[in-house]
Ligand binder design. Structure first.
Ligand code: BG6
Length: 461
């Protein structure tokens, strides 16, 4: 059967400044630069965010390759610490000019620029003030957002306030794995709440400027599946869903927090203080559209052992994860489950429970370790596994579209293999491979496949 996609469907890729640009002419530093300077051994092969594809110098060449592959849209982020070194105060004029040039070149090539404001890279000065846990940082972010809108708002049709805002919260406060490594669930919830307010206030500022475009947010949605239909498993999955999906989805799309979530937080003494004025801001500043990143679902079961009452409350106080499933497929390098139907399930949820808001799949992808071994004699990566992975997901997206979901695009993570947060170049995700020695780019077999797919606006499956 031929899977066809709507006219003007967004075929593209996503990336971020911190993972691609490099440090040329960059006068400010983010948490990642500082963490790497202090603890390089935490990064795969000791490779930090200073060894990148140098998109900063190469963006024209890279955009030319996008054009060759017929991509019609591209998301990247602005580096806050590049544009406003220190996070507040003067803008750096070289940085402002660079982003103008980048956006202009995308437009010249007829590639829709989707500009994101925050992709995990907080200026170190603000992180040292407590990051999202500090409302002063929210104010700084809102000023930064205003700066970006007034610089580029006349020519960018699609802004994104945050990429996966829950991830830095999880990584810092729940797993202690990212800067500033603080295990504290309650504080994490407060920081998440502040991030939501930061997002809504940025939307408010955007609307005040009466610009021609639209504004949205990118959320990583992880459908939560219970191990069984037993009520304790179902309840456990519901809690995970509330914490990791509805927590952000409800306020940004519906303009209010989920009642069930508030009840749960209150019962467990985890509820942040919400000011009336802030809740008004949430109510009045819903997004125009959503970006949805989908990599893997959550598989949840009820707790088997009663948690130690002395232990600090964490999400795992309420549920456990399970992996013991016959036929479970895994993305070998990352250990992430491959479950393409998840993309359909979350689409139906958006259709039925979130007013069928327009959304695009803003990230989906397969990170492969040791991809070099799939090179043919011409040096091209023969990534048939990635083609299969993309097809499987697109088939479910196609079905969602047929069933009335308002999906308008599919972006692969990523275009050119890029640096990953702590994993550096362990996993390669791109349509185009990057030679770390020479910086040479080579289109992979999947790149050729997407070119054909975009040309036909669909594929035979
Ligand atoms: C997404 C992020 O969560 O996953 C990207 O938005 C990231 O920045 C991608 O690179 C893949 O994860 P990782 O850690 O394997 O690079």
């Amino acid at each position: 059967m031929f899977y066809d996609f709507p006219r003007r469907f967004w075929w593209g890729t996503a990336s971020s400044s911190l993972q691609t640009e490099g440090n040329k002419n960059k006068r400010g530093k983010s948490t990642w630069d500082i963490w790497y300077e202090k603890e390089p051994f935490r990064f795969y092969n000791n490779v930090g965010p200073n060894k990148l594809s140098d998109f900063y110098s190469n963006f024209k060449k890279d955009i030319d390759i996008m054009k060759e592959l017929y991509l019609n849209s591209f998301r990247t982020s602005i580096s806050w610490s590049r544009l406003i070194p220190g996070g507040t105060g003067e803008i750096d004029s070289d940085a402002a000019a660079y982003y103008h040039d980048l956006i202009d070149y995308l437009i010249e090539k007829d590639i829709e620029p989707i500009i994101n404001l925050f992709h995990f890279d907080m200026p170190i000065e603000l992180a040292n003030k407590g990051g999202w846990a500090n409302k002063e940082v929210v104010n700084a972010y809102v000023n930064y957002a205003k700066t970006v809108f007034s610089l580029y708002g006349e020519k960018v049709n699609y802004f994104i306030t945050f990429n996966e805002p829950i991830v830095p919260i999880e990584m810092c406060y729940l797993y202690g794995a990212h800067y500033p490594f603080e295990l504290n669930f309650k504080k994490g919830i407060g920081a998440a709440y502040n991030t939501i307010i930061a997002h809504c206030r940025a939307v408010e500022e955007y609307r005040k400027l009466d610009l021609p475009g639209q504004i949205g947010i990118v959320l990583n949605l992880t459908p939560s599946y219970p191990r069984s239909s037993h009520p304790s498993d179902v309840n456990a999955a519901k809690t995970a869903d509330l914490l990791f999906n509805r927590s952000f989805l409800d306020p940004v799309v519906k303009g209010h927090f989920s009642k069930d979530l508030i009840e749960f937080l209150k019962e467990n003494n985890l509820c942040p203080n919400a000011e009336k004025k802030e809740l008004e801001t949430v109510k009045n500043n819903k997004v125009d559209y959503l970006g949805v990143n989908y990599y893997q679902p959550r598989r949840i079961k009820a707790k088997e052992n009663i948690p130690n009452p002395q232990a600090p409350i964490m999400p795992e106080t309420f549920f456990d994860y399970y992996t013991e499933m016959p036929g479970r497929r895994m993305n070998t390098s990352r250990g992430w489950e491959i479950y393409p139907k998840g993309i359909y399930d979350l689409s139906i949820d958006i259709r039925d429970n979130y007013g069928n808001i327009p959304y695009f799949i803003s990230e989906n992808g397969m990170g492969i370790e040791g991809e070099e071994k799939h090179k043919n004699e011409d040096g091209q990566i023969q990534d048939d596994y990635r083609i299969e992975f993309i097809k499987e997901h697109l088939i479910w997206i196609h079905r969602a579209k047929e069933e009335g979901c308002n999906v308008f695009g599919y972006h692969l993570w990523t275009f050119i293999d890029n640096w990953s947060f702590t994993n550096a170049y362990k996993n390669r995700y791109g349509y185009v491979s990057l030679d770390l020695e020479t910086n040479k780019r080579t289109v992979k077999k999947s790149g050729e496949w997407i070119r054909k797919t975009i040309f036909n606006n669909g594929f035979e499956g």
